[in-house]
Design a protein around this ligand. Sequence first.
Ligand SMILES: Cc1cc2nc3c(=O)[nH]c(=O)nc-3n(C[C@H](O)[C@H](O)[C@H](O)COP(=O)(O)OP(=O)(O)OC[C@H]3O[C@@H](n4cnc5c(N)ncnc54)[C@H](O)[C@@H]3O)c2cc1C
Length: 315
Amino acid sequence: MAFDWKLKAELEQRFGEFIRMDEPMFRHTSFSIGGPADVFAAPGSVDQLISFVAWVRKEGLPITILGHGSNLLVKDKGIRGVVMTLKGLPSEITLEQETDCQQLLAVSAGRPLHSVLSFAIDQALKGLNFATGIPGSVGGGIIMNAGTHSGSMGDVVESIRILSPEGHMVRIFRKSLSFSYRKCDIRDDFGNPVSDAIILEAMLRLERGEKNRLQQERDAILSSRKKSQPMNLKSAGCFFKNPASGKSAGELIDLSGLKGANVGGARVSERHANYFINEGKATAADMIGLRDLVRERVLNRFGVYLEEEVRIIGE
Ligand SMILES: Cc1cc2nc3c(=O)[nH]c(=O)nc-3n(C[C@H](O)[C@H](O)[C@H](O)COP(=O)(O)OP(=O)(O)OC[C@H]3O[C@@H](n4cnc5c(N)ncnc54)[C@H](O)[C@@H]3O)c2cc1C
């Protein structure tokens, strides 16, 4: 714990109801890897969240927003400052009728993406089937512009509601969101980049579809993913982004003879070469060692430098 006792005592006195000290992050990541966060906060209401964030920012403590941890590699010494999850907030989803063929869906950012997909299919709304099999929250999905070749979050986001770095609740419309490959840049009304925004809610625009057809499509995507990806093992999905052109990262890794390669408890999946698996006791150092090995081999063989899709954070 990096804080002095006074700060720690104040934190506990003010926010003891929803914070924990030295929380191991391996409990909160799909890799099951990660050292402790100094402070781990799960506010139970938006009001609690706003006053907590205002206090944390006033004290100058760094704050990391955790979605569902499915795209994060947290280093072994953990995260200094505060990690905050939205999982304790009420998780809402409401339909807001727009036109006969389109519908807006207001969704809490901490809500699992798969539950929004199920809701959409139940309501015969199409546009989200690309999210089949993608774990994580709505907020994380937007920040990562999560998706596949058949679509991504940027295709359906109409607006988001954020807590700005200045502590204001602001709605940001689509024209101020710029989505690119596994990335979303947020700008304010004046075109200035907004960093450190905390997404609290999203408005998604979906179209009327046919429930049966949507269900069939989802089932087909799921069974094809199960065949080609190790979905139930400890990973963060694809470790590297695909290069802008040419072969995919998975193909390059496979052609470099690296399927099954390991460093400590971290291994390249036999099923999908761009998935790195924690076989049980992998550390972040093992994962980073595997990243370096794979990156170097692919660079030497194909002259392609692979960039991470997974976000590596902490110390
Ligand atoms: C088995 C498996 C399969 C996967 N398949 C895919 C796939 O097909 N396509 C794909 O794109 N990804 C895939 N992923 C990666 C991952 O699921 C996505 O990137 C997902 O959108 C991350 O969401 P999360 O809530 O887990 O975010 P996290 O991993 O917790 O966080 C990701 C980033 O978003 C930020 N963030 C999260 N929530 C908020 C918020 N409310 N406000 C502000 N910032 C926030 C975090 O600070 C972090 O920088 C896969 C992962 C796994 C484990």
